[in-house]
Design a protein around this ligand. Structure first.
Ligand code: ADP
Ligand code: ZN
Ligand code: ZN
Length: 676
């Protein structure tokens, strides 16, 4: 019998050994060692025991047979992953830039030895007591979507479908019906849901259909608990795995469908290397395993909608609420006008009179103030303009010493005293938080009971759920909160939603500001009038003519998309072009500055000649230093993604050849979701 050899990636995240090594598989271990198995091997001159993953098996020794060492043992309870997950890891490594071991650790479920967690399997996992709901009869729009899916499945056609359905249009019902079809063919499904939307309600919906054939992964599970759920998937004991981003790697043997709900959410992009996007990675996994993908959203990402427009994805639309109820009426209040009429309160006169009306009718109200980006930009209350970078068309960020800085290109200016557009002196940052809003409400409506939800009031365990429950039980008239109140909660008695300063997201300092604003406004609008009584949304803004606000007020996604796409096209932002962040970090600031500059020059020299590359930086990121490690960023834009991958590969080699890898660490981020 011939000998067998395994290619093994050593479990150390270091570029220098980011390649596989060949080891002999001892006869006794032959059955256990498969692609994906975790093993112990002697490594280096001292033959130190190291862990590694098997990435390939062959009968050919790569070099002198006698010098090939043997695998020592198989790590107990490690799971051999299907080959396809290894292939997916290789794709992740290549596409997003990381070491192979980081990529493997992302896709392979490994039993970690951890202390038993105090928090055992959550209530979400235990509850199998559901009796099933009254049978829902699909409406014609839903039915034709499910029929299309069924016929594609029947004839083995696999697509990525983009389900664009307004809030409450019955997308979840489509998901469960599609999964039923898949399960009927003895295949399995993964459902990704952003952690924040992974509520008891959602899980109950799936339980009603799939009972104990569905399992839930959430971040509160210990590594061991998560591993056990993954094992159920592997053994075919469940048909459906629901969870946030990492549930994408559930090791099903016969994957038929991946669903990504709220596909536009930022949380689908990993913030740690490898910085993969779950949407792109899901589509890759589906392609490798012959599965389909359904992306669902009321406000699709510009990326996905573009692909639906050019035919790469199949577009499905649900323009109406499943219950037949009307979408909320929307009204935009111009805060500049309010100011001119002498109202300096954060509550406009229209909103105030609506609040009075609802209080008298014993209906409930949600007031929403987005804290993100709060006070970090400068804008004019007279004309509504924010101070922007002349090169990048994003808002400048306020720094110490009255400096305003662009975090893409490093452009800076001293904060002016008068507005450059209208010469008004009413220029500055916003100074309102949830607490001030609550005080103002008590001043205007002494009879109203309020609940405030923000970082301060929800830091205690379970406070979040408790406050929402109190509101649901009508213990308060008005819920005041940050973005945490916008997502996923249905209160049938809420008939008025007020968005106090829509501009706080609009003037965020990156190119996705418009998209975020539209999302947030559309989601907030989705909160109003979920019951029988029609709802109203009041959007207050200093720049009500901005396309994101106009289109959100009209609840017209297509209108938003067209303006947003034109902006991305003009400024060469994703998805029209692609963007890669090269983040360089070092303890030595002088060295870092010098080398970042040299690298940027070198890249320009080599890659800029075709005129299809733009480079910004090196510049100092928002957080210039973390724990005495200095940071610099280079933004590279190119119309072709593959070219950015080439630039990444080149940079890796360059850093190694210049012998800089000891002093400078390099991280890549493709089409980043956040500003650096
Ligand atoms: P979405 O995910 O699109 O925001 P949901 O799936 O939560 O919407 O559906 C909203 C509500 O409408 C749910 O209570 C759901 O049970 C109900 N629903 C879905 N489809 C139908 C239908 N065809 N007829 C009646 N109610 C429906
Ligand atoms: Zn002005
Ligand atoms: Zn700039």
């Amino acid at each position: 019998m011939s000998k067998k050899y395994a290619d093994i990636i050593i479990d150390i995240s270091h570029e220098a050994i980011d390649r596989s090594f060949q080891y002999e598989i001892p006869k006794a271990l032959e059955e256990q060692v498969q692609i994906g198995t975790q093993v112990v091997i002697p490594f280096g001159k001292g033959n130190h025991p190291r862990k590694g993953y098997v990435t390939g098996i062959s009968e050919q020794p790569a070099y002198d047979e006698h010098r090939i060492k043997q695998i020592t043992e198989v790590v107990k309870r490690s799971v051999a992953a299907p080959n396809k997950l290894i292939a997916l890891a290789a794709w992740i490594r290549e596409t997003y830039g990381s070491t192979m071991i980081q990529a493997l650790k992302t896709v392979l479920p490994v039993k970690k030895t951890v202390k038993a967690s105090a928090y055992t399997a959550s209530a979400l996992l235990d509850d199998t007591s559901m009796n099933g709901k009254p049978e829902i009869v699909l409406n014609p729009a839903q039915q034709s979507i499910v029929d299309r899916f069924a016929s594609d499945l029947e004839s083995d056609r696999h697509h990525t479908y983009l389900l664009h359905g307004v809030t409450g249009s019955g997308k979840t019902e489509i998901y469960v019906r599609a999964i039923e079809k898949v399960v009927a063919k003895h295949k399995q499904a993964i459902v990704l849901i952003p952690e924040i939307a992974l509520t008891y309600q959602t899980v109950r919906y799936f339980r009603a259909y799939f009972h104990d054939r569905v399992t839930v992964i959430n971040s509160r599970l210990s590594a061991g608990e998560k591993y056990d759920q993954f094992m159920k998937a592997k053994k075919g004991e469940v048909d459906v795995v629901i969870g946030p981003r990492s549930a994408l790697f559930a090791p099903f043997e016969h994957l038929g469908l991946i669903i990504i709900d709220e596909e536009h959410e930022n949380s689908y992009k990993s913030e740690y290397p490898p910085r993969y996007h779950a949407r792109e990675t899901a589509i890759k996994r589906a392609q490798l395993e012959g599965a389909s993908v359904i992306l669902g959203s009321a406000t699709p990402s510009v990326e996905s909608y573009q692909k639906a427009m050019n035919g790469e994805y199949v577009l499905w639309t649900l323009p109406e609420r499943a219950s037949g109820g009307a979408l909320a009426e929307t009204s935009v209040v111009d805060l500049r006008e309010e100011l001119r009429r002498g109202n300096r309160s954060v509550i406009s006169s229209e909103l105030a009179s609506d609040i009075r009306d609802r209080l008298d009718k014993k209906q409930q109200i949600m007031l929403f103030i987005n804290k993100r980006g709060y006070n970090s930009f400068i804008s004019c209350r007279n004309c509504g303009e924010a101070l922007k970078c002349p090169h990048c068309d994003v808002s400048l960020t306020k720094h110490q010493g009255n400096r305003l800085l662009c975090h893409y290109c490093g452009y800076s200016m001293i904060q002016p005293d008068i507005c450059p557009s209208c010469k008004s002196r009413l220029i500055g940052g916003y100074g309102t938080g949830t607490q001030k809003v609550e005080e103002e409400i008590h001043r205007l409506f002494p009879d109203a009971a309020t609940i405030r939800m923000d970082k301060d009031t929800t830091s205690v365990k379970n406070a979040h759920e408790r406050l929402l429950e109190q509101f649901e039980n009508r213990e308060a008239d008005i819920l005041i909160g940050t973005q945490m109140i916008v997502k996923g909660h249905d209160f049938s008695n809420v008939t008025l939603v007020g968005i106090l300063l829509a501009d706080l997201t609009l003037f965020h300092n990156d190119y996705r500001a418009g998209e975020r604003t539209f999302d947030l406004l559309a989601q907030a609008a989705g909160r109003a009038g979920r019951g029988r009584i029609p709802g109203k949304v009041v959007i207050q803004s200093y720049q009500p003519e901005h396309y994101a606000i106009v289109s959100a007020a009209k609840q017209d996604y297509r209108m938003f998309y067209e303006s947003e796409y034109a902006y991305r096209q003009m400024m060469k932002y994703p998805p029209v072009w692609n963007m890669m962040v090269i983040l360089l970090t070092s303890k030595e600031e002088l060295l870092l500055d010098a080398e970042a500059g040299l690298l940027a020059d070198k890249l320009k020299l080599i890659f800029a000649e075709d005129g299809q590359m733009q480079m910004i930086g090196p510049s100092v990121p928002v957080i210039a230093k973390i724990k005495d490690i200095y940071r610099r960023v280079v933004y590279v834009k190119h119309n072709r993604y593959n070219k950015l991958v080439e630039i990444k590969d080149y940079t890796e080699v360059y850093i190694e050849q210049q012998k800089l890898d000891e002093q400078i660490n390099v991280i890549f981020d493709f089409n980043p979701m956040n500003i650096y």
